[in-house]
Design a protein around this ligand. Structure first.
Ligand code: IPM
Ligand code: MN
Length: 369
């Protein structure tokens, strides 16, 4: 298999964690005789420094020509005062739109080894395994009109939450398809007691559900969902929700995995899929070699699964992560009584590389007999 992967390290801890994810991808390529070509390009603040734009044309072209994009993170305090169009985050949002990536898949699971890293009691988080399907190209993030108006006391700011039936249907289908391969439950999350967009959301998802008789559908309000995520997370299988609700709920759900640094994501639906850890640029720890690379590495696993169809390789990376955690290795964000060894970004990467290589070796030896 040949694969062209655009690597966009971005800002903050982005470069550190993507470097480790690329190492793991190289192992998968070498072990399976695949040819992965990596093309690096600038995005976010790093791109602003180089070109003045958070998504230079050259970067966008490189992404559109690739089979998949792996992005680190964007954003840094020094750009906070720039106008919206020139902020690092705009680079990411424009990229998502340009790639047509309307469904953002964020798997969140509690591994046995890291149950003690959660601020929640282990008996609450143990066994939790949720897939958040977040609509990525609509809602308040992109709705028009938006802006500032008025003066003095009437000075105001406004955004528009807007969804079309088509936008809801296509992401709902992704959620139902995902549920078929999991435990068969979709929880659609909205605020239908208040918002028109949520009423349309609920109506549309209910209609799409009829195409998937084997999947159970329930509707939950977003405020209640936020609470259930930390009181009874095992009740969820697939959570389907709109853009901003999904953004917020996925950071909250990270407490199930022990740390935001663990979370991976795949943004799919367009011609080129985009993979990124959920954690963001973490400027406070950037450049110190202590960031958790597992979210980025797990994103690389999702890339192998969804874009390359290399399910076995993807599972081996996920299993490699589990083994390293089982052996007691932790980055500084994963603190519990079980963790015996605190390691840095590169060492954590090396440990996963080692385990992934070993798992691939075993598989090849098995196939050879
Ligand atoms: C995320 C991030 C982004 C978002 C930011 C960086 C624009 O928080 O991927 O969750 O809000 O979508
Ligand atoms: Mn977010």
């Amino acid at each position: 298999m040949r694969l062209k992967i655009a690597i966009l390290p971005g800002d903050g801890v982005g470069p550190e964690v993507t470097e480790q994810a690329v190492r793991v991808l190289r192992v998968a390529a070498d072990a399976g005789g695949h040819e992965f070509e990596f093309v690096e390009a600038a995005v976010g603040g790093a791109a602003i420094d180089l070109t003045g734009s958070p998504l230079p044309t050259r970067t966008l072209d490189a992404c559109l020509e690739a089979d998949a994009v792996l992005l680190g993170a964007v954003g840094a305090p020094k750009y906070d005062s720039l106008p919206a169009g020139r902020r690092p985050e705009t680079g990411l949002l424009t990229l998502r739109k340009a790639l047509g990536a309307f469904a953002n898949l964020r798997p969140v699971a509690c591994r046995a080894a890291t149950a003690g890293c959660s601020p929640l009691r282990p008996e609450i988080v143990a066994g939790a395994d949720v897939l958040i399907v977040r609509e990525l190209l609509g809602g308040l993030y992109f709705g028009e009109p938006r802006g500032f108006g008025g003066e003095g006391d009437s000075a105001a700011a406004f955004n528009t939450m807007r969804y079309t039936v088509g936008e809801i249907e296509r992401v709902a289908r992704v959620a139902f398809e995902s549920a078929i391969a999991r435990r068969g439950l979709v929880t659609s999350v909205d605020k239908a007691n208040v918002l028109e967009t949520s009423r349309l959301w609920r109506e549309t998802v209910t209609r799409v559900a009829r195409e998937y008789p084997s999947v159970e559908l329930e509707h939950v309000y977003v405020d209640a969902c936020a609470m259930h995520l930390v009181t009874n997370p095992r009740r969820f299988d697939v959570i389907l929700t709109e853009n901003l609700f999904g953004d917020i709920l996925s950071d909250e759900a990270a407490v199930l995995a022990g740390s935001l640094g663990m979370l991976a994501s795949a943004s799919v639906g367009g011609p080129v899929d985009l993979y990124e850890p959920v954690h963001g640029s973490a400027p406070d720890i950037a450049g110190r070699g202590v960031a958790n690379p597992l979210g980025a590495i797990a994103s690389a696993a999702l890339l192998l699964r969804h874009t390359a169809g290399l399910e076995q390789e993807a599972r081996e990376i996920e299993e490699a992560i589990t083994r390293v955690l089982d052996a007691g290795y932790r980055t500084q964000d994963l603190r519990d009584d079980e963790g015996k060894y605190t390691v840095g970004t590169a060492e954590m990467g090396s440990l996963v590389v080692e385990q992934a290589a070993e798992l691939a070796d075993v598989r090849h030896a098995y196939h050879a007999v």
